[in-house]
Design a protein. Structure first.
Length: 181
């Protein structure tokens, strides 16, 4: 589910590229709207909505079991486990922001990462691929709660990498020409 929700974040971010191609971004930027504010308006929605949706999915998936066991704390545990996967999707979003800012003609690469992740999760174990191959997804370093204990190190490192990618991408976006058709 985390990969599918990450797709939503990338699609929301790529609305900015669509607005550029249609000439709408150029019209907005011709006003007093600064370029970083335009990009941040898209980025905030693209980052916050998938995280909120991931939390909602985690809570909803746990609710039937929590009700049947009369254990309301289970909802919080599964919600926390779902949120522990958020940095993986945000890292992919960070890659999308970086590509859009510096090399918009390569924005398709983010879809390669998503496709690879889907392939590994859905088909990788069935094919018996080596372990090092199946670990090449943004979600692999994150703790698989409740099977594993919470490990904050990969979560924090991935979050820092995400912030760096987004910051670099926004800096590049400020400097480059708009994509127009």
């Amino acid at each position: 589910m985390a990969i599918l929700i990450a797709i939503l974040g990338v699609l929301l971010w790529q609305r900015l590229a669509a607005e550029e191609r249609r000439g709408h971004a150029e019209l907005l930027l011709a006003t007093s709207l600064p370029r970083p504010r335009l990009a941040l308006s898209h980025l905030l929605v693209a980052a916050l909505l998938p995280v909120a949706l991931l939390a909602l999915v985690g809570a909803l998936l746990a609710t039937p079991e929590a009700l049947s066991q009369d254990s309301p704390g289970l909802v919080g545990q599964v919600l926390g486990a779902a949120l522990a996967l958020a940095p993986g999707g945000l890292l992919i979003l960070g890659l999308a922001v970086l590509l859009h800012g510096w090399a918009p003609h390569l924005d398709w690469l983010v879809w390669v990462v998503i496709g690879w992740s889907l392939f590994i999760v859905w088909v990788g174990s069935v094919l018996g691929l080596p372990g090092w191959v199946t670990r090449l997804t943004p979600w692999d370093p994150l703790p698989a709660i409740p099977v594993e204990e919470m490990d904050w190190t990969p979560v924090l490192l991935m979050t820092l990498a995400t912030v760096a990618l987004m910051g670099l991408g926004l800096w590049g976006y400020r400097r480059r020409d708009l994509r127009l058709t």
